[in-house]
Design a protein around this ligand. Sequence first.
Ligand code: GCU
Length: 433
Amino acid sequence: MKRFSVLLTVLLAGSLLFSHMALRAQEAEANYNEAKVPRYTLPEALVCLDGSAVADSQQWFARRRPEILKLFRDQVYGHAPGRPEDVSYRVVESGEAFDGLAVRKQVEIKLRQGGKKLSVGLLLYIPTERGKTGAPAILGLNFAGNHTLSDDPAIILNTNWMRPRKDSGIVDNRATEAARGTSSSRWPLETILRRGYAVASAYYGDIDPDFDDGFRNGVHALFDKRGGGGQRAADAWGSIGTWAWGLSRIMDYLETDSDIDHARVAVLGHSRLGKTSLWAGAQDQRFAMVISNNSGCGGAALSRRAFGETVARINESFPHWFCENFRQYDGRENSLPVDQHLLLSLIAPRPVYVASAEDDRWADPRGEFLALKNADPVYFLLSGDTLAAAAMPQVNQPVIGRMSYHLRSGGHDVTAYDWDKYLQWADRYIGRR
Ligand code: GCU
């Protein structure tokens, strides 16, 4: 048994290394030439499938919004189930953190369905100084375990499978003491706490491990129904759908925690987790604000531009992220009934922040800006606000408002610059009271 699991680990690590190398090769040969972006027409946000125009917010919420949501579920991310049959919460650890600046709480969220169960480990830091309704919070999944957010030794080491990281050797697929704090540059906890926000985070692999196993592990095991011949439905959820669903399950918990003001929770994510935060925010209107950090293809970037990563490439490299139907649009982006401006429109009128990085061409910064700009009609209809920039702003010239955008200098990452802007923006809408 042990030998078998070692063999499995080596095979998995080998195949991940191989796919990593294949991905780098794809990045090198992608289109980065504006002149070669195909001609396209975006689907109209305010025209229903039957051709009727949306004239007011009532029609948007009653007709067009559900229609667009269904298209994304049917064709892109797949359908997610509702809450599981049984849920329980247990505070497994708590204590003072950062010299009294915050309280740390670690909560086990146990989900049960059809005789199977899944545990998600939530890490919470809550500012000691908070108002009567509880602290506003920023919620985001993490890539490598809660223990990588900080070197706080009380953070429980995750025992689930970890995605091997470029910087830590290929078979590092278990959490180690050495990994403590290794993602701390992406999570400036003390800065966030000092500004009055709680931080809530969980390891995305607790919800669904990020590799293609035929949708058998993670939360898929609890819910997936196979038809004849073991086939999944073409609109069954992929991993992005599961991670977004997991964010909603964490929100269910936050609603029960009086230390948190659940009406003031922003959901944030980077890269594939940025795609996830957008999809979570689009579906679940309990999220007061949504942040997409360098989310790219399948996130904030327009698919029709086929700039950098394309639909065909993402489906080939990550066959487990989207639903099967999404593959129909490989190389056929123009026949997609949606594009990502409509995903951003689903968040309206709640504040949304799309952030790009100058050297992150794979994620198509211009495509991210254009998707946001093309969500203007819906934001205008519902709130009177639009993105306060007619053209793409210069590097490091953020545009901050209900619809926010910045293009940071540097590469694919979450940096102090990004956080500084997110917190400024959050202060306007959900900040200290
Ligand atoms: C790859 C992938 C992107 C994704 C990114 C990440 O680069 O092609 O779509 O956003 O990984 O999640 O880091």
